[in-house]
Design a protein around this ligand. Structure first.
Ligand SMILES: [Zn+2]
Ligand SMILES: [Zn+2]
Length: 143
């Protein structure tokens, strides 16, 4: 039985898949919801290959860490990636098969690590506590 070596060639570099820099899973650029997916749908890491999404013009090739989720118009989510090598920031629209747990944990990362105690928010929302909220109360000192 003869093996057919000729395979359907890729039309351009844009369609080339590559291995995730983080978890080694294959990344296929064409995905549900985007033509230029350049991040891993499992761990969301990317590779610095593009200057403009899909152009493959960047020489850097550094690993790009997902650092935040950005809500675009129409409630579209995009991931902000920062290159570990050159520091450049990119935003990339999420794809339909991106790992939802990874996306949500990225989105709540800031809330889970607040730069101030979250109890402060509770106090600010508490209407009964500070005396200055009750100017008629003669017992409370002036602010
Ligand atoms: Zn990955
Ligand atoms: Zn870079």
């Amino acid at each position: 039985m003869r093996t057919k070596y000729r395979q359907k060639s890729h039309h351009s570099d844009q369609n080339k898949w590559f291995h995730c820099v983080r978890c080694s899973r294959p990344i296929v650029p064409q995905a549900i919801g985007t033509e230029h997916r350049n991040h891993c749908n499992w761990c969301l890491w990317s590779k610095h290959l593009d200057d403009v999404p899909g152009d493959r013009a960047a020489d850097c090739g550094g690993a790009m860490e997902p650092i935040a989720v950005w809500v675009r118009r129409g409630s579209d989510w995009a991931i902000i990636h920062q290159c570990r090598k050159c520091g450049e920031l990119h935003s990339n629209r999420i794809a339909g098969d991106d790992n939802e747990i990874a996306l949500v944990s990225l989105a709540v990362r800031a809330i889970s690590q607040p730069p101030f105690p979250l109890e402060h928010l509770q106090l600010m929302g508490e209407p009964t506590d500070p005396g200055w909220l009750h100017p008629n109360n003669s017992n409370s000192p002036n602010p």
